[in-house]
Design a protein around this ligand. Sequence first.
Ligand code: C2O
Ligand code: CU
Length: 574
Amino acid sequence: MGLLKVSIVQLFGFVVLSGLLASPIWATTQYYDFVIEETPYTRLCHTKNILTVNGQFPGPTIEARKGDTVIVSVHNHAGYNITIHWHGVDQPRNPWSDGPEYITQCPIQPGANFTYTILLSEEEGTLWWHAHSDWDRATVHGAIILYPRNGTTFPFPQPYEEIPIILGEWWNANVSEVIADALRTGGAPQISDAYTINGQPGDLYSCSKPGTFKALVEHGKTYLLRVVNAVLNNEIFFAIAGHRLTVVGTDASYTKPFTTDFIMITPGQTMDILLEANQPVTNSTNNRYYMAAWVYSSALNLPFDNTMTTAIIEYINGTSNSSTSPQLPNLPSHNDTDSATNFTANLRSLASEDHPVDVPQTIDERIIISVSVNEILCPNSSCGGPNGNRLAASLNNLSYVLPRIDVLDAYYQNISGVYGTGFPSQPPFYFNFTADNLPFSLVFTRKATEVRVLEYNTSVEIVFQGTNLLAGENHPMHLHGYRFFVVGRGFGNFDQGKDPASYNFVDPPLENTVGVPKNGWAAIRFRATNPGVWFMHCHFDRHFSWGMDTAFIVKNGTSPQAQLLPPPSNMPPC
Ligand code: C2O
Ligand code: CU
């Protein structure tokens, strides 16, 4: 189905990495064709057209090695505008191919093409790609697998095989209509009908048995699970019956291995996990185990899809008696914030000689950002949100509105009136952010398109401060163009006098998406050495659509290696 994949070895000469001139290396370029089309899929006894890439759901996997270049030609054969984002790829100096609509490009219109150049640099492990236009990413997504460079190896024993695990969320309704309806009425979007593992809900749902994803394993071997959370609106607990999981990486960065019975993964995050197939294979057991996932829902009283998706691990050479059900794992209960927190606290960078960390010890700027769900007043209480108002969401009480010309183009060409540069360094007013029963007057926000300008090479700390307005909950905050160190997390209000003393500068995890604890805070650090326009937003799509977003403009530095690459000639017109 129109999928071309060619590998060409190229001598790049000198390759610029993180602004430093590295030694000459051989890197390869891979080419892919992505045809966006509307394809009929049946799930839960319900057939509908979904947007796909090359007819596949989930879409094709991109495989490359650390430092390679991947060229993807996107051909839009569907009737919707679309863009594609390479989630977690830093794209040094190349925001042109980053993908968020109206931030770095205008959408690829029906019938049009656009070729993305994905510049891989330091990422190694698992990332993913997804549509970055409306809620198209519900079905337009796939894994990016980044192997060690030739001549280097994983920092753990070579696994026998790899098993991709892409977690998704399924609506029987048309997803574009789900979000369009919510935005029209001002109410909450309809909840989903299922979660999926590799596109399949699994056999606990009606009509789903034949398609259930099954991984065959051999006793005594170790498998590398590459887990991607492509769910739209929920964090997920995931576990496998009868087996423990050893986490070795997250967001394409290695971690100190740690063993756990379950993981908690936010939308946007990835985890690399070793699975030892160590259960006995006998003729008296059925030699099959469920892997299962359901929601971690930190908000109180918010409706959510509480169903469970499953897939199967089956030992080969065993008898598989499919008349008895596989064993189910124990997942923490939906509201188990302690389990989520304890799991997340175990994520530490590997910080080895081969995989060192470079955590900014001092900062030039600390930006404190309140993260809230809000209301916007509706005339005559005529909206579908609480109190007849319109639901909204904000960062520092600004609810981001996407402009009509992309911010990158406006910045590059000095077009005024598209965005403002007034995104504040502090919440506009301080209150007890995480208290119960906050005064109703605080719930309102206003719409704006304000970004934050950073000088090249600024050492930045961002503290995300969750609030308890409307619904305190965990927010998966994602930054484009950078990976950042999560130096601290905590519950309650961030205390600038006390909390930095407990930061981890030794082995904090390097992530592109951080779950900000419910009614708590998270502190991240990065050095602004990637010039461009870089979106930052909550990776819950409902919050994203309600304006829990902003962008950074990182200015050029003085050396030629510190400047934006020129735009490609075929940027989609607005
Ligand atoms: Cu995975 Cu801006 O997104
Ligand atoms: Cu959020």
